[in-house]
Design a protein. Structure first.
Length: 586
């Protein structure tokens, strides 16, 4: 059947059940002028007889703010954003065959939603075009300036510095700040597309060309995304293309499904289950599903069940490393309905995991690489070394405008400066643990040790400049010379990245660390067999409906503990200064 020959006045039910598991609906958007009403017809197609169509990528928007359209001869409501997208791509003279999830899937049928999500990757990869509907710019000319820039510089991006003086760069900002770049589902929609096109104003251009230009700029200006306030932008530049050649990227070559989900957690989903389901079309997920029981979308399961099953799958695939993705707040740690080892992708306070460290990889339990981990019911049993215990916890306020750090003791509320903290930690226990300058240990900790091997002298020089930045006894023109400002800005960016969502901890033995923002005195620092970073565990003696629970610890989260990142805990165990035991994590 030719969908283009359908009678636009056809009347019938809005949704008829789909006959096969690989069937899906397409819509025929009738032609019209900008202010004409939207008229569409829905028809089911099978995977063996799919006509040419284009797929829409857009932000749903507020489901309570809707516009009435005519669909299959019946009035129905769609969101303002979908209506705007249909108006933007509608032809004035000919009908257009499209796919858009909000209309082509019966959103009220949970079984159908689950089934359609399993084939959504195929729907986007088969589309002739994927149209990224961005609406209009404030002045109506931004899209033309971006398209002109991409056409001019597209061939010279590699090996050259971007022309930051070009005024056309200014047009990129408002586009990149649109909500579309914050949504999780759109990564799959453009990642699997054969030809993703950004539709902006009355112009369209290639999405991957846009991302290449943004990557070009961020490579030469690492603070660009942060200044723009777009945390998801770096995710887009990393995961632009989901085709088989994504492994050519030196970073992505070593990534697993776990890493994709961690990055995707920085993006937003209306339904928290979609932090998993939105990425199942990626080759990493497809390959992982072939090595174990695959994750099957099911909207009849609650979010805790979905996250628990996904974490089990990832523990099987990635081992101990999966635990680095588990973040908590006080409420989730107190929640007895879901084990603390379950990753909650809708709870996130940091933008990077400590274990993802390309410049100086950690080996906290390197010599004991065999993982000793079993999962019995909801109890995760892990063999490891108990190396230390948290004694003090400090909240940190990093003030960018003045390059100052204010520390607040979590228990007492006492506040102090960097100098105050240095005075406190320069005691006998810390000197025994760190025989070198204590402030070097503190500086390394604030940057979660992200100092490239061989770059220590430059790091120390930058730290000295940072310490002198606010010294009243030094002339400002000396302390704040332009060359020094660049060094301080780079160091500050490293500290901001490391400290975001974390607190400073000092252990009983005098070690310094960065850990989960909900860490507290008495939390145990341990390294697990096969683990690359330490973790904090909280002794737990709870009761569930009057019955003593079988778990011994709650997982607080991964940690950076200076002096325990390169296998030192194994030496402590051999000298009788640490304890080996099985940790039951509930």
């Amino acid at each position: 059947m030719d969908l283009m020959d359908m009678d636009p006045s056809t009347t019938g039910a809005l949704y008829e059940p789909l006959a096969a598991s690989d069937a899906f609906r397409l819509m025929v958007l009738q032609p019209g002028q900008r202010h004409d009403p939207i008229m569409v017809q829905l028809r089911a197609v099978s995977a063996t007889s799919v006509p040419e169509y284009d797929a829409l990528s857009y932000v749903w928007g507020d489901p309570e703010t809707t516009v009435r359209v005519l669909c299959n001869g019946l009035f129905t409501n769609i969101t303002v954003n979908l209506h705007a997208a249909l108006v933007q791509v509608r032809s004035p003279h000919t009908a257009r065959v499209l796919w858009a999830d909000a209309l082509c899937i019966n959103q009220k049928d949970k079984q159908e939603r689950s089934q359609q999500v399993t084939i959504m990757g195929s729907i986007y990869s088969r589309a002739r075009l994927v149209l990224v509907c961005m609406g209009c710019s404030s002045d109506g000319g931004a899209a033309a300036r971006i398209a002109s820039f991409l056409a001019e510089y597209g061939r010279v991006m590699k090996g050259t510095a971007p022309p930051t003086h070009d005024p056309r760069w200014q047009a990129f900002g408002p586009l990149l700040q649109k909500p579309w770049f914050t949504r999780a589902w759109v990564l799959q929609e453009v990642g699997l597309a054969r030809n993703p096109r950004v539709v902006y104003d009355n112009v369209d251009f290639n999405y991957r060309d846009l991302m290449a230009a943004v990557k070009w700029l961020t490579f030469h200006d690492s603070g660009f995304a942060a200044r723009m306030g777009i945390p998801g932008l770096l995710i887009h530049t990393l995961w632009t293309n989901w085709s088989g050649n994504f492994v050519q990227d030196p970073f992505l070559r070593h990534c697993a499904l776990l890493d994709l989900l961690d990055h995707g957690a920085l993006l937003q989903c209306r339904d928290p289950r979609d932090h998993i389901y939105a990425f199942l079309g990626h080759p990493l997920a497809v390959a992982a599903g072939k090595t174990g029981r695959p994750i099957i979308p099911n909207y009849e399961k609650d979010v805790n069940q979905v996250y628990k099953e996904a974490t089990r799958f990832l523990l099987h695939q990635s081992g101990i490393r999966a635990l680095s993705s588990a973040e908590h707040d006080e409420d989730t740690l107190a929640d007895l309905s879901t084990p603390s080892w379950v990753v909650r992708w809708n709870v996130g306070y940091t933008t990077n995991n400590i274990h993802l460290h390309p410049t100086a990889p950690y080996k906290a339990c390197d010599s004991r690489s065999l993982e000793n981990m079993t999962l019995r019911g909801d109890i995760l049993r892990v063999l490891g070394i108990q190396a230390d215990t948290v004694k003090e916890v400090y909240l940190m306020d990093l003030r960018h405008h003045s390059f100052e750090i204010v520390f607040t003791h979590k228990a007492t509320g006492r506040t102090g400066t960097l100098e105050d903290l240095l005075s406190y930690i320069e005691g006998p226990s810390t000197r025994r643990i760190y025989p070198g300058p204590q402030e070097l240990a503190l500086a390394s900790t604030l940057c979660i040790g992200r100092i490239a091997v061989g770059d220590e002298p430059n790091f120390l020089e930058a730290w000295t400049v940072f310490r002198n930045w606010n010294r009243p006894d030094l002339p400002a023109k000396v302390a704040r010379a332009p060359a020094n400002a660049l060094r301080v800005e780079k160091l500050w960016h490293m500290m901001m990245t490391g400290c975001q969502g974390r607190v400073m901890v000092v252990t009983e033995e005098g070690r310094l660390g960065l850990a989960s923002h909900c860490s507290r005195q008495g939390d145990v620092c341990c390294v697990f067999d096969g683990g690359s970073v330490p973790f904090l565990l909280r002794p737990f003696h709870g009761h569930d409906k009057g019955v003593q629970t079988t778990g011994d610890y709650k997982l607080v989260g991964e940690a950076y503990v200076h002096g325990v990142m390169q296998g030192e805990a194994v030496g402590l165990l051999e000298r009788g200064q640490a304890i080996e035991r099985v940790f039951n994590i509930c």
